[in-house]
Each structure stands twice: as C-alpha cells, then as structure tokens.
Design a protein around this ligand. Structure first.
Ligand SMILES: O=C([O-])CC(=O)C(=O)O
Ligand SMILES: [Mg+2]
Length: 223
C-alpha cells in the first residue's frame, strides 16, 4: 500500500520505540506487534522507512535454484516511494555468504533504496557505510560462498518478523517495526500524546519537587 508522502514524513520524525508505544494504543497493535528480535542489529546507516520488497537466498551449499538478481531490481523499480529490501537467508544456519556487499550494495544504492534488512550477514562493511541507506543484519561475514537469490516477491521471515511484499517498515538502531497501513496515519498523533504523558513524569523526576515519599504515594504499576 502506498502512503501519502506527508504520512511518511510524519512517521520519519519518530523513533521505533515511540511508534511501537503508539501502535500499542491502536486496534491494529493491540493484538501484538511485529518487530525484529535481537538476533539482528543495525550494521550501518540511520533510520529507514519504506515499502518492503522481499527476496530469499541461500549460500551454504550449491544449488540450481537461483533466480536472476534482475528480478529484485525490477521489483524495486515497480514500487513508488522509498523501498526497504528484505532478504531472508533460508539456510539452516544463515550467514555462510552475503548477498549485500560493495557491488550489490552500489546497485541498490543507485536504485535509491531506503534500507536493507536480512537475517543473514553482509560484507564489504566499509563500503556499505557510504551507500546512503540503513543496513540491518546478523553481522558480517567473509565469503560469497554459493550465494544466490532463490525467490523474489514472496513472504519472508527475518529475525522473528514476518514481512510480505508491500508492507510498511520503519527501523532505527532499536530494530525494525512493521506498521499496519490502517494505523500509519494515527501513529504520529498518538506518539505525540504519549510523549507528553511521559515527559510529565520525566520532568517531575528531574525537578526539585521530586521526593521518595511522593513517588511511593503514586503506587505506580508501570514506569
Ligand atoms: O559477492 C556478492 O554478491 C556480495 C558482495 O560481496 C558484493 O555485492 O560486493
Ligand atoms: Mg563484494
């Protein structure tokens, strides 16, 4: 689904914890949220926001199941607005070989992607720093091994997060969050309200009015 640029710009001003808090207050978020677990981290870049283009890969053993990388390039070009490429490494132990390195990275940079997310590993790390987009991965690896894409445009699962082509993803140093399209427009307003509530507590905790007795008298269940 394509969101208006104004909605994207409003979401981009927030970090993932704030959007996660906001999502919890919506119907879409009440049933549990979708976000990456700690098995991957941001290797380089800033925050990411965009529409998912998905692929799967294998690298550990050779195989004749490769699809052309051009399928991925075509899928990226078919999306209007910022794209986040999500690659699931299907090997039982992922990370034997990298899809993303200097060369694939430069091609994706030329296509203007906003981010790259994988449960596998990446390489050519110094070059990735100059690509201009965020990279989330399990870490670095040495080799290409038998790396090939095995499908493009399929549902994938990366670090506990199910991603379908077209999903809206937001990410930063905390991880990557999937934002249900129906909730996207409401999140910035909700995040603002939650921040105001939280700042009341923070301001009091830092003020001269703060006392241990005052805190205990509040009998807070959370925070
Ligand atoms: O060999 C590969 O396909 C991965 C890589 O290092 C690059 O894209 O530079
Ligand atoms: Mg390379």
């Amino acid at each position: 689904m394509r969101l208006p640029a104004t909605d994207l710009a409003a979401l981009a001003r927030w970090d993932t914890p704030a959007l996660s808090n906001a999502l919890r207050r919506t119907e879409a978020g009440a049933d549990g949220q979708a976000y990456t677990d700690g098995s991957i981290h941001r290797v380089t870049g800033g925050s990411l926001l965009g529409t998912a283009v998905t692929a799967t890969m294998r690298a550990r053993e050779p195989g004749d199941d490769a699809v052309p990388v051009a399928d991925l390039h075509r899928a990226i070009l078919a999306v209007q607005g910022p794209v986040v490429v999500v690659v699931q490494d299907l090997d039982e132990v992922p990370g034997a070989g990298a899809f993303l390195g200097e060369v694939n990275g430069a091609l994706l940079s030329a296509l203007g992607i906003a981010g790259f997310v994988t449960n596998g590993r990446v390489r050519d790390e110094p070059d990735l720093r100059d690509m201009g987009y965020a990279v989330h991965a399990a870490g670095l690896c040495v080799a290409r091994a038998h790396m090939r894409l095995t499908a493009v445009g399929v549902p994938v699962r990366v670090a506990g997060l199910d991603v379908a082509p077209g999903d809206l993803l937001h990410g930063d140093g905390h991880g990557v969050l999937r934002i249900p399209p129906g909730a996207a427009g409401d999140l910035p307003g909700l995040a603002e309200r939650i921040r105001a509530e939280e700042q009341e507590i923070v301001t009091w905790a830092r003020s001269a009015d703060f006392t241990h007795e005052g805190l205990l008298a509040l009998r807070r269940v959370r925070h």
